[in-house]
Design a protein around this ligand. Structure first.
Ligand code: QAP
Ligand code: CO
Length: 168
């Protein structure tokens, strides 16, 4: 297992569109394990492979308090099941220290492969629905800050750029 480096906004590599996984093999399972270790260490509740500069459609998530509910989504897709939107305060390991409200559809039906390559479906509401949409966005090169005003996004960008310069 290994802790992977997490890319931070405004790194242009976060804009890469991830490729579908053709075969769920041991290499993908190794990536999944490393992503869990990286997410738990951060700590976070969700991580997309894009964030660790691997451009494959792989997401890991654990919304439990005690890290007892690891979920794997390979080649995830979702359908929106309701017109209702819900506002959640979102954060992101790639946008550390910033949390903003985002509106998203409240109920989705998810299709994905598990770590054995078996397809499954899941109806999600609440935080799970929000988190799946947030992580699927990463696989398409999109970040939660893209839903904010240009002013807010530019402020976050400048602050993070300043921090990155200080740390360089
Ligand atoms: C995505 O985000 C998410 O700023 C997962 O300093 C979050 O795990 C979807 C984190 C909220 C929906 C709602 C963020 C850790 C973790 C930070 C995360 C930070 C340290 C974020
Ligand atoms: Co994120």
């Amino acid at each position: 297992m290994a802790i992977l480096n997490i890319l931070e906004f405004p790194d242009s590599r976060l804009r890469t569109i991830a490729k579908p996984v053709a075969v769920v093999d041991d290499g993908i399972r190794q990536l999944v394990d490393d992503m869990f270790e990286t997410m738990y260490e951060a700590p976070g509740i969700g991580l997309a492979a894009t964030q660790v500069n691997v451009h494959k459609r792989v997401v890991v998530m654990d919304l439990s308090e005690d890290r007892s509910d690891p979920r794997v989504f390979i080649n995830p897709e979702f359908d929106i099941l309701t017109d209702e939107v819900e506002q959640y305060q979102e954060g992101c390991l790639s946008v550390p220290g910033f949390y903003e409200n985002v509106d998203r559809p409240q109920k989705v039906k998810i299709r994905a492969l598990d770590r054995d390559g078996q397809p499954y479906e899941l109806i999600a509401e609440g935080l799970l629905a929000v988190c799946v949409q947030h992580e699927c966005d990463h696989l398409n090169g999109k970040l939660f800050v893209d839903y904010l005003s240009t002013l807010k996004r530019d402020r976050i960008k400048k602050k993070l750029e300043k921090l990155h310069k200080q740390n360089a």
